[in-house]
Design a protein around this ligand. Structure first.
Ligand code: SDX
Length: 355
């Protein structure tokens, strides 16, 4: 078992979950990465089969939950609906107050399994469609796309969605993981800790950036406009969404993979428009901020993932909740670690200047 949930080298642009490099992890199914994060090692073939079977069997949500989603005001984005429903659904979990490792593992599997179903159900009802039951035969990524679109996704879309969930799954003590961890450190239940993470991830400086990137790409509209758009943002000292990172002072290794995936999608769909527009924005930002001003502002995890959602016709309202679908495994891994420590997290105010 690797005690080290996540390793980041912000100068070299290296990311590992439990000592396995992200470039290796994206070759695996999400279920295997989720198992790795939570149990601390990769599953054997039989262990993965059993774990996937349990996850896929727990994807369904009951009628009461569907009725609550139907009552959600659909002007709120999917993250607000997700936060609401995870809170509501916790009352149905017989293990809610069972803080034993076995009880927590049962809750973990239910949470990882139902987050995509809640998001997809919300999305379809927000668009006047009836929800679709999950398909236990499909992977995490393929099942999510099936539930939102109503048809089996093409293999490349399913592959890209699966890799998105893996690339979003864990990132050490980012703001939302820290929130989850603080909640778990008080020995509060796992549902409450996940709700803390959801509330924090929602912010535009954190998980909300993906939706902002999609809106920004609409505004830029073409590669020819990138120069003017970026120079205006810089002159107004406005932050460019999808760029910069507190830890990475070089290219975010997840951004490298997302860029490759977005180019693969663009080529497969015979439409380079969004990819070339995004690349033009990247080239101006790097030239102006990195090369001219020496500021290490590179694309982060949210820039090319926003491009991918454009090609997969996923609306901005779903972007952050897709991040949450991947990240819930990381939050849970950190909560389990916190439950083992049995020690409340209580920083001092003077530390805030260093955060
Ligand atoms: C995520 O922590 C994690 O691991 C998070 C995450 C994860 O997996 O959980 O990686 C996910 O949240 C990625 C980040 C998504 N957010 C965005 O893309 C929003 C845009 N980015 C910025 O808000 C910013 O880069 C942050 C919040 C990501 C990081 O900010 P920092 O480290 O606090 O940097 P800063 O705000 O102190 O800025 C330092 C300088 C400033 O210039 P000066 O005042 O020194 O002249 O860099 C500039 C900033 O203006 N800068 C940017 C910029 N980001 C920083 N300038 C233009 N565009 C940007 N995006």
């Amino acid at each position: 078992m690797s005690k080290n949930i996540c390793f980041i080298d912000g100068l070299e642009g290296v990311l590992k979950y439990r000592e396995v490099d992200i470039n290796e992890l994206v070759k695996l199914p999400y279920d295997a990465v989720s198992y790795l994060l939570i149990r601390g090692r990769l599953p054997g073939e039989q262990e993965l089969a059993e774990y996937s079977a349990r996850l896929h069997a727990e994807r369904r949500i009951n009628k009461e939950v569907i009725d609550v989603i139907r009552m959600c005001n659909f002007n709120i984005d999917a993250m607000a609906a997700l936060r609401t429903v995870i809170s509501f659904i916790s009352q149905f979990d017989p293990d809610l107050n069972d803080s034993s490792p076995e009880g927590n593992m049962r809750k973990a599997i239910r949470l990882i399994a139902i987050v995509p179903t809640i998001v997809a159900t919300y999305y379809r009802m927000a668009n006047g469609k009836e929800p679709l039951p999950p398909d236990p035969s499909l992977s995490h990524g393929a099942n999510f796309l099936y539930m939102i679109k109503g048809s089996k996704p093409d293999p490349l879309d399913a592959e890209v969605m699966e890799k998105d969930f893996i690339l979003s799954a864990e990132h050490e003590l980012n703001a939302s993981t820290f929130s989850s961890r603080v909640t778990a450190s008080t020995m509060s239940d796992l549902y409450s800790a996940v709700v803390s993470g959801l509330c924090t991830l929602k912010g535009p400086l954190h998980g909300g950036a993906r939706a902002e990137v999609m809106t920004m790409l609409d505004e830029v509209a073409s590669p020819e406009n990138a120069e003017k758009f970026v120079l205006e943002k810089i002159s107004q000292r406005e932050k460019i969404m999808g760029f910069g990172h507190r830890v990475y002072k070089t290219y975010d290794p997840r951004g490298v993979i997302f860029k490759q995936l977005s180019k693969k999608l663009a080529e497969s769909k015979g439409d380079m428009h969004w990819y070339t527009t995004a690349e033009a924005v990247e080239n101006v930002v790097v030239r102006e901020l990195v090369e001219k001003r020496g500021k290490p502002i590179y694309p982060n995890v949210d820039f090319y993932s926003g491009v991918i959602y454009k090609y997969m016709e996923i609306p901005p309202q779903l972007a952050t909740s897709i991040f949450a679908i991947g990240r819930v495994s990381g939050w849970i891994a950190h909560c389990f670690d916190q439950y083992e420590r049995k020690k409340i997290i209580r920083p001092r105010a003077f530390m805030l200047d260093e955060c």
